[in-house]
Write a protein that binds this ligand. Structure first.
Ligand code: NAI
Length: 318
């Protein structure tokens, strides 16, 4: 059997660690030797109020079990203060798990500016603020692991969660870029899209499912992605109920139209089945790979017969 993955000497900051997934992440990392900053604002599920109770309880639980933890009650939108707390108490920061979250679900039609703003502020801006404050320390020491918490709602969209979905997929873009900027300094950045029973899901999932979807079935992936042995970088995982899988982009083979020739909407309509056919798909994983087809096509000579093969319908009679 492989040796246990341990975190001695590592300082981990978990945001929103007073409840649900963050709590489970913090308890697992602490049980494996990490020193923990247990951050939680202690507000309600929709972002109102604040309390020190949740973070204090988790930090106390860790200390009672023989671990090391400090509670922090700042909002993630004051991420620099949370990172400073890690530096003040433990002298360093190695692992950042951006997990804090709220919901303000409503249909787009009814969504207020406040519903939009609060969600962006906690999920996207909060993850930016915490990570940005930790970033120079991680780079300077040549070691760091950062985790973002996305959601299936962000990846696939979800009715009534346009604000949340936008923020959650924003985190994937943030992580993909940070993965490139941190790589040379051994600062690796990944994303999880979890599913777990928690106060955020208890109103939408049936009780049996809530009981089965234990946060403890998500935390082992978070811990592995934050361990120094793990070299995964810039990746996105779906995880929950014991399932773990990796996602990537898939692009249809598509069609290259002859450069220098007029491209009309009608031409696209005519080729639509081919453009959207995934039977010869590719999986671009960088901007360079993404642009390669277009760049290749720019230099391509017009193919024989292409003009005649794309017979464009005549403009509609006015
Ligand atoms: P939870 O409500 O049990 O825990 C979230 C914690 O974040 C709470 O303790 C809350 O006080 C804290 N928090 C909220 N705003 C904060 C702020 N501004 N600063 C610091 N702490 C703050 O929720 P759960 O389910 O554990 O969610 C954790 C993360 O996982 C969230 O980002 C959520 O969007 C994400 N997620 C959860 C899913 C699930 O199935 N539970 C599904 C997909 C994503």
């Amino acid at each position: 059997m492989k040796k246990d993955l341990r975190f001695e000497g590592r300082v981990a900051l978990v945001t929103g660690a007073g409840n649900g997934l963050g709590r489970a992440h913090a308890l697992l990392l602490a049980a494996r030797g990490a020193q923990l900053v247990v951050n939680d604002l202690g507000g309600g599920a929709h972002g109102g109020g604040r309390s020190s109770v949740a973070a204090d309880a988790v930090a106390a639980q860790i200390r009672t079990a023989g671990g090391q933890a400090v509670a922090n009650h700042d909002s993630v939108s004051d991420g620099d203060r949370i990172v400073q707390c890690a530096l003040d108490h433990f002298g360093r920061i190695d692992i950042v798990i951006n997990n804090a979250g709220i919901l303000r679900d409503t249909s787009f039609q009814k969504m207020s500016e406040e519903d939009w703003e609060q969600i962006q502020r906690v999920h996207l801006y909060g993850s930016y603020k915490v990570t940005h404050a930790a970033w120079p320390h991680l780079r300077e020491q040549g070691y760091g692991r950062v985790l973002m918490t996305s959601s299936a709602a962000g990846i696939y969209g979800n009715f009534g969660q346009a604000n949340y979905a936008a923020a959650k997929l924003g985190l994937v873009g943030l992580a993909s870029s940070l993965a490139l900027e941190g790589r040379s300094k051994n600062v690796l950045v990944n994303v999880i899209a979890p599913v777990a029973g928690s106060r955020l899901t208890e109103t939408i999932l049936p009780p049996q499912l809530i009981a089965a979807l234990k946060p403890e079935l998500v935390s082992p992936l978070a811990a592995w992605l934050c361990h120094e042995d793990c070299k995964e970088n810039g990746s996105l995982f779906e995880v929950g109920a014991g399932y773990v899988g990796k996602l990537r982009w898939e692009r249809s083979h598509g069609h290259c139209f002859a450069p220098g020739r007029e491209l009309r909407p009608e031409t696209l309509a005519q080729r639509w089945a081919e453009i959207t056919d995934f039977s010869h798909s590719t999986h671009p994983s960088s901007v360079a790979e993404s642009l390669s087809q277009a760049i290749e096509n720019m230099g391509a000579a017009p193919r024989d017969g292409e003009a005649s093969s794309i017979s464009t319908p005549p403009p509609a009679a006015s």
